[in-house]
Design a protein around this ligand. Structure first.
Ligand SMILES: CC(C)(COP(=O)(O)OP(=O)(O)OC[C@H]1O[C@@H](n2cnc3c(N)ncnc32)[C@H](O)[C@@H]1OP(=O)(O)O)[C@@H](O)C(=O)NCCC(=O)NCCS
Length: 162
């Protein structure tokens, strides 16, 4: 694969960027046997979930100008940053992209003075759980999302903070 470029952005995500992320999120989150989520729909969901927060951080991985992976987080709390959503296109997986995006988010949180990063993962998302545990997250709890889907809550003290 060609060289991977990483970029970071902070603050509200503009419409064009949301749409670029939507085109990645569609294939990333498509479930077998279900139609792929439409890019515009994913873009709208992303914008609604993230924009309006006081702190927003986005990092992307691009190859030949096309986004192949992203990680986005949000917060209104100056102590704890929420790592909200991320993914890597299937053809670009297992090359360390998600791990590098996590490192960029971690460094940004440290520079911004956050003390903790929190995230949630589906209990059966082995890849994401592994990445988070390798990155130093600890399991802080579990809950049943909408009554039937077990979610794992993970927290990490940002390196260098108390
Ligand atoms: C989870 C996901 C982001 C991983 O992206 P990736 O770029 O392939 O991950 P990395 O290459 O950085 O992998 C880092 C480590 O995670 C673990 N890992 C990655 N994919 C794995 C898999 N399918 N099964 C088990 N462990 C896995 C490995 O330990 C790997 O380290 P190694 O390569 O040294 O063995 C990607 O599979 C994805 O987009 N999944 C669908 C979307 C999703 O679940 N997003 C998270 C919830 S919002």
């Amino acid at each position: 694969m060609s060289a991977i470029h990483y970029q970071e952005f902070e603050g509200p995500i503009d419409e064009a960027t949301l749409l670029r992320l939507g085109t990645v999120a569609g294939p990333v989150f498509s479930a077998p046997g279900h139609p792929e989520p439409a890019a515009a729909e994913m873009a709208e969901q992303l914008g609604l979930a993230v924009n309006g927060h006081r702190w927003i951080h986005l990092c992307t991985a691009t190859v030949n100008g096309r986004v192949v992976g992203f990680k986005v987080g949000r917060s209104n709390d100056p102590r704890t940053f929420e790592s909200w959503m991320g993914g890597v296109l299937p053809h670009a997986r297992k090359q360390g992209i998600a791990s590098q995006l996590a490192r960029l988010q971690d460094a940004w949180c440290r520079n911004r003075g956050f003390q903790f990063i929190q995230t949630e993962t589906a209990h059966d998302n082995t890849a994401m759980l592994t990445i988070n545990l390798k990155a130093g997250f600890c399991i802080a709890g579990t809950y049943l999302d909408r009554g039937n889907r077990l979610k794992v809550v993970l927290q990490k003290a940002v390196h260098g903070s108390s």
